[in-house]
Design a protein around this ligand. Structure first.
Ligand code: SF4
Length: 263
């Protein structure tokens, strides 16, 4: 059961440490990932006491606020979204992500959209308005059972892979974010991503302490050890190299294959 509330936001186009800006039309996320870093600070920040995944605040004035900010902001890459899934179920009704993207396209901002929901495909017509654009899916494992366990409100792995194919078939630049790496078969995942993702980002789980109990309950403690992440990343990188795919490992001794995202 998810509690939906409508609220007013003061700012929508906000500075980001990953890209230049981020846009979050919602506070809270129905996808409810067990490893979500936003679950650690967003409830306190937003004044919610309920468990993460059970509330969403809809920023009803998001489009009006963004229109004003976009008109005067310096151009920079916008990440949609950073602390919620822009295409979580509530977006089907409210369409705030879609309307915010229309504003960003009007003002020619470069945009990177990231999701775990195939609802993203609804907005291909808007994506095609951008000169600089990429859309990607977080795909943390090839194992549907593990994905369902950790990402209960997400589209299936098969649906996310199929969505990447559809984006590419529409001439859009795509990426996959394999992070945090979950148990699974990295060789099978790399094979599934070939021809679908133009670039792949690989990340480990951070904030290990906060999810230890959940991993233990499911007999997965081994997948919290540094050696697990190192081994899985090594196997992924080996596959991407063999397949000539563009990739980046985002921790430790950072490794990457050229070229960068917007070149
Ligand atoms: S989709 Fe992203 S923001 Fe939403 S719960 Fe999962 S990790 Fe958190």
């Amino acid at each position: 059961m998810v509690t939906i509330a409508e609220v007013a936001a003061k700012s929508i186009l906000n500075k980001s440490k990953i890209y230049d800006y981020c846009v979050n039309a919602y506070t809270g996320c129905q996808v409810g990932c067990r490893y979500c870093y936003a679950r650690l600070f967003m409830p306190r920040y937003s004044g919610h006491a309920e468990p993460w995944g059970t509330f969403v605040d809809v920023k009803k004035n998001a489009v009006e606020v963004l229109a004003k900010q976009a008109a005067r902001a310096k151009k920079g890459i916008v990440w949609v979204s950073s602390v919620c899934d822009a295409y979580q179920a509530v977006e089907e009704k409210y369409r705030l992500t879609r309307d915010c993207l229309e504003i960003l396209a009007d003002h020619a901002f470069p945009v990177s959209v990231q999701s775990k929901s195939a609802l993203l495909l609804r907005d291909i017509d808007v994506f095609r308005r951008f000169a600089e654009f990429e859309a990607g899916f977080t795909i943390t494992t090839d194992d549907e059972r593990i994905a369902r366990l950790f990402e209960p409100g997400a589209s299936s792995v098969a649906e996310r892979l199929e969505a990447l194919s559809i984006l590419k078939a529409n001439g859009l630049r795509t990426f996959a974010f394999v992070g945090p790496i979950l148990p699974g078969n990295p060789e099978a995942l790399a094979a599934a991503l070939q021809g679908r993702a133009d670039r792949v980002l690989i990340d480990r789980l951070n904030y290990v302490d906060t999810v230890q109990a959940f991993y233990r309950r499911h007999g997965l403690e081994y997948a919290l050890r540094p050696a697990f992440f190192e081994d899985m990343a090594r196997r992924l990188v080996r596959e991407f190299r063999v397949r000539g795919m563009e990739y980046e490992v985002t921790w430790g001794h950072k490794t990457a294959s050229p070229p960068p995202a917007f070149d």
